[in-house]
Write a protein that binds this ligand. Sequence first.
Ligand code: ZN
Length: 126
Amino acid sequence: MDRVHRRTTARTPGCPRGTVTPARRSNYPPDWDQLSAYVRFVRAQGACEWCGAWNSYPHPVTGCRVMLTGAHLYHDTTNSDLGNLRALCQRCHLRHDANLHARHARQTRQTRQIQAGQTQMQLGDL
Ligand SMILES: [Zn+2]
């Protein structure tokens, strides 16, 4: 990683990272980078389509440097029709995905508990 790349990807402590992890990358279409760039920088012209925060500038609410992301309105990453995509800042994207992230975290906790030998028990079983 060269110095310029490090500088442009540095993040402010306490500010969220992007949301597409390498593990989930396979759920996206092969042309995702081009689709996402079109939505963020051509259609939205570099501003969050929900709150208007500008890419690369401090967010007016959080103060974190805005990095526009491509968001799926209905959380289906296999549906990348332009009508299902929005250019969102981290704040809007994380708020939009909050319930989905909570569900994934709950599933991960349950899977780890089962792998550790714990059985599932419903409150009604007590
Ligand atoms: Zn926003």
